[in-house]
Design a binder for this molecule. Sequence first.
Ligand SMILES: C[S@@+](CC[C@H](N)C(=O)[O-])C[C@H]1O[C@@H](n2cnc3c(N)ncnc32)[C@H](O)[C@@H]1O
Length: 238
Amino acid sequence: MNGPPAFGREEAQGRAKPHGDFLTTTVRSSNIRFVAAMTNFAATYLRFVWAGLAKHGQTGGIVPSQRFLIATMIAPVPITYGGKLIELGAGTGALTLRLAARCPEARILACEINPTLARELGRNLAAAGFQDRVELFAGPAEDLLSGLGKGGVKKPDFVISGIPLGNLGREKALALILAIRRALGEGGRYIQFQHSLLDRKKIRAWFPNLRTIPVFLNFPPAFVYCARKSKPFGAQAA
Ligand SMILES: C[S@@+](CC[C@H](N)C(=O)[O-])C[C@H]1O[C@@H](n2cnc3c(N)ncnc32)[C@H](O)[C@@H]1O
């Protein structure tokens, strides 16, 4: 009855080293996972670079945002935040994935206009297991924002945006900023990054309560605008 232990016949016959085999198998499968993750990362990165080259005006950059910029963008969202937030111009999800990991209770609606990047974002969300908490809107932010808040649905507390405002033209940029203001709940935050200070005045026109944070450790360096929707002001209240 005192037969060979659980590792099986080969071990009992002294032909196998179970711990060694186990280690080899574990190392091999973690190597495979690492290679698969790196391949996926490279593919995602290249798709973004291609979008940046082919549709530069719309994409506004040729590489996804990097860690310090992302950290500055998502820092205002409390880790325990359990409400809704919107990300505009999500790209392939560099920021979306970090945000979803940082705020496990939050529900995120991620919007991306470029169908190739939106598909890649969907794949990345599924691979990370976030597809239940992060909803994808593959279309223009303007369409998403105009449909929000209808039917008494609670407004989001945060709108985070990487949309290249500077490439939209003055009227479109102002209209988008106003639509963001309208979509936000009272006291809600609008967080936007840009690679210049060109649109600071436009943002201030609708969000007088505005802070600008430079992030030099990013390629290219960026500015993060952190705005709060305060009480309606003057005749322009929106
Ligand atoms: C500078 S990239 C930022 C991507 C990503 N958030 C990041 O930080 O790496 C801007 C993104 O906004 C998207 N975009 C541009 N105009 C848009 C619009 N009107 N609606 C939705 N997305 C838009 C572009 O396709 C691009 O993926």
